[in-house]
Unconditional design. Structure first.
Length: 199
């Protein structure tokens, strides 16, 4: 059976530098997404993760709380370096109610030629009462990745257990059979009526 490996990419953003209540400058964008194989090096590509969860400090965006996967409401675009690490990104997630949105981007490097770190931003948006935001600019967050083995653990098959049990029964059947009475032992003793008698 081939080994299966999921790769989880985790993002930790910088704290918001500007915040309207209920956001504070202690909030930030954090989250992760999972794909079935590591991202290829030196590419810019859209990603449809098998699972994801991002937060702006107040609202969590995941597969059950987020609008269907489609540009531009819910979308992940990443760019990688020669090691396959994420160096550029644009992530936009919109809640099912359409009133909460999260955006994080860092469009320098392999996503936009000539742009520097001031092109990065993390934004949390509330539109339930006007537009309330928490955001930072020019302070790109940090990505890390881990690969986990998702192969099913090996468990004995029923046929293996049956074969083992049959073998043990076969060994038990091959044991020399002795009679309780009238059997001579090595010492020349005869067992009769439950008493030992010398022969």
């Amino acid at each position: 059976m081939p080994l299966l490996a999921d790769t989880v990419y985790t993002f930790v953003g910088s704290p918001f530098t500007v915040a309207s209540a209920p956001f504070t400058t202690l909030d930030s964008v954090t989250g992760s997404f999972t794909v079935s194989a590591p991202l290829a090096p030196n590419q810019v590509t859209s990603v449809t993760p098998s699972q994801f969860s991002f937060s702006d400090g107040l609202y969590t965006f995941n597969s059950t709380s987020t609008a269907p996967w489609s540009y531009p409401s819910t979308w992940v675009l990443v760019g990688t370096d020669s090691s396959g690490d994420i160096t550029g990104w644009l992530i936009s997630l919109t809640a099912l109610d359409g009133k909460n949105q999260l955006i994080t981007d860092n469009l320098f490097g392999n996503l936009s030629e000539g742009c520097v770190t001031s092109c990065s931003s993390d934004i949390g948006i509330r539109q339930s009462v006007g537009t309330l935001e928490g955001f930072n600019t020019g302070e790109p967050g940090v990505w890390s990745s881990t690969t986990t083995d998702s192969s099913p653990s090996a468990t004995p098959e029923p046929s293996t257990l049956l074969l083992l049990g049959s073998g043990l029964l076969g060994l038990a059947a091959l044991r020399p059979k002795t009679q309780a009475y009238g059997t001579r032992g090595r010492l020349g003793l005869d067992v009769k009526g439950g008493e030992l008698q010398s022969c």
